[in-house]
Design a protein around this ligand. Structure first.
Ligand code: 4NP
Length: 155
């Protein structure tokens, strides 16, 4: 199973989501491959926001080595599941989908918890550190629930 986490800048939410998913999958012995990227190119080549690095480190996860990259249509070929952090990310991703099957790979991150509602992982970039902890908690809940549904033999 290959999972891609996508937000706008790839310096706050999606690198955190990548770190959380990889950490939880390793804990459960599931060989889920995880990457992250952004729909925008503002932070290509940048390490995550220091607040995202800090909140991850507070929970025993190291995301400091990630380098920002931009989402591209080629990602549809590489990944089985693409998680959008918010509805704008979702729209931007599916606008680039080559096929209907590719569109079906995309879902909101929080749909793992609230399948019938459109709940965004709020962008913490212009907020304070508490917003990063809030994002971490949302991601931890969503990734935990998603991993309970990953068949072991798909690791
Ligand atoms: P992210 O947060 O999408 O969670 O990485 C943002 C990071 C940077 C910007 C916006 C959102 N920005 O405008 O530079």
């Amino acid at each position: 199973m290959k999972v891609l986490m996508v937000c706008l800048g790839n310096i706050c939410r999606s690198p955190l989501a990548e770190g959380v998913m990889r950490h939880l999958a390793a804990e459960k012995g599931l060989e889920v491959q995880v990457d992250s990227c952004g729909t925008a190119d503002y932070h290509v080549g940048d390490t995550p926001d220091p607040r995202a690095i800090k909140v991850a480190a507070n929970h025993g996860i190291d995301i400091s080595q990630h380098l920002g990259r931009q989402f591209s249509a080629a990602d549809f070929k590489q990944f089985d599941r693409i998680f959008a952090m918010d509805t704008q990310n979702y729209k931007d991703i599916i606008a680039m989908a080559p096929t209907r099957e590719d569109i079906d790979k995309v879902q909101l991150m929080m749909s793992a918890v609230y399948p019938k509602e459109k709940i965004n992982v709020p962008d913490p970039y212009y907020r304070d550190f508490d917003a990063f902890e809030e994002v971490y908690q949302m991601l931890h809940t969503a990734c935990t629930l998603f991993l309970t549904k990953v068949p072991v033999n798909e690791g």
